[in-house]
Design a protein around this ligand. Structure first.
Ligand SMILES: Nc1ncnc2c1ncn2[C@@H]1O[C@H](COP(=O)(O)OP(=O)(O)O)[C@@H](O)[C@H]1O
Ligand SMILES: [Mg+2]
Length: 396
């Protein structure tokens, strides 16, 4: 092995080797060696190189992170199949480098158990005589890119659907208003007939309901234009509770506000954020059927970037405000949890199924996030995290 001609990659391997498995003539670390070592360890791509015999020549931190494998002190020099035994997908790809006539450039690997997608390039390491002495895999975690693309596609689909829905909603508003007005006029003409009175009252309330759905739908499909200002959350929470009571009879439901003192004002759209809370509080009231507890809390928090995507160039923690709307109502069954944010999904006879989609849209426009925890029988908790200073753009 020591007679193997020394290419650059080979030299790099020799200096890094720590185990006695592959003895080599001791050589001093040159500035070149150090530079290459720093280069590989600083790379934002994963790098994993093996020798012809399948032992690891080099592996950087990003590679360990992407493959979710813990680094141990003596990985270099060990068979790649031992160190990465939990990553069979990788073990299929890497040794194939020595057999394939054309090597994949920009192929993708799906790590099912980690729910990750990796884009990789596979190359042979050749010595000065052109012999393949190793193989190297360069790769990048594409999971986030994929998710963004998926969201982009969904947004496009919703945009064209939305245009159509907005058109229909607009057309429906006038006839519905007409029905309500004319039923009202007719009621005055038949004051003596209780049957006609009650039928006409039904027509009016149904028309009113249909109109509310249309208004919600327009609200949902309309692009949000945020009017960003500095907002005191205390004001919004109080307003939202008052408004929600207009929509739903609160009955014996106790409302508790738990708003941290000295909460920083946030940059956001007053009307939209109020709407968001109205929708959540209304849902909580409706879920509880006249008795129970609703707590609305707001606290300041520094939100760390998603650990899954954390990397050296990840942004620092974002100063945020966490708002929770918690009820002790019936909760949301497991099988419905994924569906409640879908437009028009409702379990109520008179629901529009647009309350939560609108909530999500407002949260997205403020570059926040929404999380739901709910146990059937235990109640429901919606948590909204909003950056104190959002990069919220005016046109979304
Ligand atoms: N706090 C809650 N408790 C129980 N179920 C809820 C709660 N909030 C929302 N849901 C469920 O989510 C569904 C969708 O809510 P939403 O989008 O506001 O539409 P709608 O209120 O018109 O039904 C509701 O029909 C209900 O089944
Ligand atoms: Mg609702």
């Amino acid at each position: 092995m020591t007679s193997r001609p020394e290419g650059r990659v080979r030299r790099r391997v020799t200096t890094q080797r720590t185990s006695s498995a592959r003895p080599a003539a001791p050589r001093a670390t040159t500035p070149d060696d150090r530079f290459f070592r720093h280069l590989v360890s600083s790379m934002r791509n994963g790098v994993l190189a093996i020798h012809r015999d399948g032992t690891i020549a080099l592996v950087n931190d990003e590679a360990y992170r992407i493959f979710a494998v813990a680094r141990t002190a003596h990985d270099v020099g060990r068979p790649v199949g031992d160190v990465f035994r939990d990553r069979p997908e990788l073990l299929r790809v890497l040794p194939a480098a020595f057999e394939l006539s054309t090597l994949p450039n920009r192929a993708e690997l799906r790590l099912k158990d980690l729910d990750r997608v990796i884009g990789y390039t596979l190359s042979l390491v050749r010595d000065d005589d052109g012999r393949a002495i190793g193989a190297v895999l360069f790769f990048k975690d594409l999971t986030q890119v994929e998710q963004l693309e998926e969201r982009e596609r969904l947004r496009d689909r919703l945009a064209s659907l939305g245009e159509m829905a907005a058109g229909i909603a607009h057309e429906l508003k006038n006839p519905l208003a007409g029905i309500e007005v004319m039923a009202g006029l007719l009621r005055r003409q038949v004051p003596a007939s209780p049957d006609a009175q009650s039928l006409l009252a039904d027509i009016m309330s149904e028309a009113k309901l249909a109109n509310e759905i249309v208004v919600d739908m327009l609200e949902f499909v309309r692009p949000i234009r945020l009017q960003v200002e500095r907002i005191e959350l205390h004001d919004i929470v109080h307003q939202a509770v008052a408004q929600a009571q207009v929509h739903v009879a609160r009955g014996d439901i106790a409302v508790r506000l738990d708003l941290q003192a000295g909460l920083p004002p946030i940059e956001g759209d007053h009307t939209q954020l109020c709407q968001l809370l109205i929708n959540l509080v209304t849902n909580a009231f409706e879920a509880m059927d006249g008795r129970g507890h609703v707590t609305i809390s707001a606290t300041a928090a520094d939100v760390e970037p998603d650990p899954e995507f954390a990397s050296a160039d990840a942004p620092p923690a974002t100063p945020s405000v966490v708002i929770e709307v918690v009820d002790d109502g019936p909760g949301i069954p497991d099988d419905l949890r994924d569906r409640i944010f879908n437009p028009f999904f409702t379990t109520k006879t008179t629901g529009s199924g647009l309350g939560l989609p609108i909530v999500r849209k407002i949260v997205d426009a403020h570059e926040g996030r929404i999380d739901l925890t709910s146990e059937p029988g235990q109640g429901t908790r919606f948590r909204i995290t909003l950056p104190v200073s959002s990069g919220a753009s005016w046109f979304k």
